[in-house]
Design a binder for this molecule. Structure first.
Ligand code: CO
Ligand code: CO
Length: 304
């Protein structure tokens, strides 16, 4: 599996029981603290392995770093990344760094997966319920924080969710008979749901009132504190989306908000949905059923 689908990671089959799963992701800092930036970048990169249903084995660092900054800051970034790789039960096995004008950090991550248990984007079936495992609004809150108008406690809530691994969410989901899975990152909830709907030849209905929100995300969105990426996502995906008139504009903005290290979007047969949701809520800070899969209609996404 590779370029031909919009899946979260590539998969290379070794035998009937074992395949390698690999992904790479890196980006510039969205927080000032270098250790926390390292944690978030690593959690974000690791997430694509979990979104495929894989187990992480090892990771390689990718670091771009300006020569004008103190080298101890690079050490802090790498320590934050290693902290999350360790939490994933994996090892940092090396990496590469180059001089660049702006710091950037991320990981190339490898893992193993049972080819029979891959969770593709394209597995959603009419009747499935959709469950999300993190609250939305990290892009909006990061924008508000840069503008100096966000309460410290709300900013900390955004940091906590961005550095939370999707590991347990994926492990719990794997104990059920799942249809499909992806993770919510730069394309926002609507963009990634759109890929799932189109890959599965279905339509996805998202219930705007059920979306779990980070503190202040609704207020900031209502004030128009929206990152450019959300507008880009709306431009790119909007023609494939029907938003009912009753949906609050701030909620649709949040659903287009690009997420850093967002949650998993799980498609599960209706008969297992309540039990899966209960199991997820038992261990994670956030898990909500936010919609369902229906037969393919005129639009890929319907927001109610
Ligand atoms: Co992904
Ligand atoms: Co990715």
């Amino acid at each position: 599996m590779g370029f031909d689908s919009s899946d979260d990671a590539c998969i290379y089959k070794i035998s009937d029981d074992v395949a390698i799963v690999q992904t790479v992701d890196f980006f510039p800092p969205m927080v000032d603290d270098p250790f926390i930036f390292g944690q978030i970048a690593a959690a974000n990169a690791l997430s694509d392995i979990y979104a495929m249903g894989g187990k992480v084995t090892h990771a390689l660092n990718l670091l771009c770093f300006p020569s004008c900054l103190d080298i101890s800051i690079a050490g802090e970034i790498l320590a934050g990344g290693a902290d999350k790789v360790l939490e994933a039960g994996a090892v940092v096995a090396g990496g590469h760094s180059i001089v660049d004008n702006e710091p950037k950090f991320g990981l190339c991550v490898s893992g193993l997966i049972d080819p029979k248990k891959v969770l593709p984007n394209s597995g959603a079936r009419p009747g499935d319920k959709l469950i999300i495992t993190k609250a939305m609004g990290t892009g909006i809150l990061s924008t508000a924080q840069k503008g100096g108008i966000l309460a410290e406690s709300s900013y900390m809530a955004a940091i906590e969710t961005m550095r939370q691994l999707n590991r347990r969410a994926a492990e719990i989901a794997q104990t059920f008979d799942m249809s499909g899975c992806t993770d919510i990152t730069g394309f926002g909830l609507i963009g990634h749901a759109c890929e799932m709907a189109e890959g599965s030849d279905t339509t996805i209905v998202l219930d705007s009132a059920a979306i779990p929100l980070l503190p202040d995300a609704f207020d900031m969105a209502s004030m128009g504190i929206i990152p450019a990426g959300a507008y880009n996502n709306r431009d790119y995906f909007g023609s494939r989306v029907e938003v009912k008139d009753s949906v609050h504009l701030a909620l649709s903005d949040i659903m287009y908000d690009p997420q850093t290290s967002g949650g998993l979007l799980l498609a599960v047969p209706e008969k297992d949905a309540a039990e899966l949701l209960k199991a997820l809520k038992g261990e994670l800070p956030v898990a909500e059923c936010i919609g369902e899969v229906i037969p393919k209609g005129e639009k890929s996404i319907v927001v109610i």
